[in-house]
Design a protein around this ligand. Sequence first.
Ligand code: PEP
Ligand code: MN
Length: 338
Amino acid sequence: MIIIMSSETGEAQIKAVVDRLAAMGLDSNVSQGVERTVIGAIGDENKIDKESIQALPGVEDVIRVMKPYKIVARSFHKGDSVVDIKGIKLGGNQIQVIAGPCSVETQEQMNLAAQGVADAGCRLMRGGAFKPRTSPYSFQGKGEEGLTLFRNAAEKHNLPIVTELMDVRMLDTFMEHDVDVIQIGTRNMQNFDLLKEVGRIKKPVILKRGMSATISEWLMAAEYIAAGGNHDIIFCERGVRSFETYYRNVLDVTAIPVLKKETHLPVIVDPSHAGGKAWMVPALSRAAIAAGADGLLVEMHPNPCEAWCDADQALTPQELKDLMGELKGIAQVIGRDI
Ligand code: PEP
Ligand code: MN
């Protein structure tokens, strides 16, 4: 950590900073320039409470040198980590497209959806049984029954299931139903108690980006999961809020190479919640794969007009199939399989 003192700083203020660092178990290197005095803190930066140093008289700025996340950092693991989901590898050379409806509705709808996912050549299926809806009067999901409907449909095609966990009290239920991948949604990215709990289990977790979260906050949220021992984490960019109203969110394509630099963990993209319209999904998907995403999370419904949730953004089974064909071309150009 580097502490920059203001130009009018006196000896007493410098000493106060050095003493505070010493109390935290760190040595100091004081470098007195013509304009400024800079103090380098030597030792374990994690022992320093940045705010308490920042608050000392004469301190102008405090700059961290170390990253606030460790296990998820690329420096912790130089190669790309691959998450194994029942033998399906996410994060390796093969791009994985996870597709399915926004929410689980009926057994028939899930059966048709599972058929569509398998026919398109996707290897994993999504579907929400517990839905985080903006209005308390909107359909909230089928709940536990939805997990059963989902499993019944998916197992006919050997598709592992991806579904959202909103409440820590439902974790045991998710374990009983042997959910294959737990999704943490945008609204819960910083639900630290939930993150800690999924950190203690042995299940892959898709961590969606908070709709207003910085990359650093997102990485630290993942660190909460990793710190508990669960390193099977997949980042999912799903668009961030902006002033624009034409589309639901802004797909932050820039986040893909940035995350690839900062973390060894797989990165996927949800083009459906980013654009919010089915017609935007193919273009955003192509951009995501071209930019280096390891996979996609795409909404598809056997009959989008009748979807109980997010009808506007659901692809039809045929559109999903066509998308998979288009993505094959992009994958080939960048030397990957799909
Ligand atoms: C979802 O995937 O169905 C969902 C609710 O996504 P998000 O958390 O990104 O809004
Ligand atoms: Mn949705």
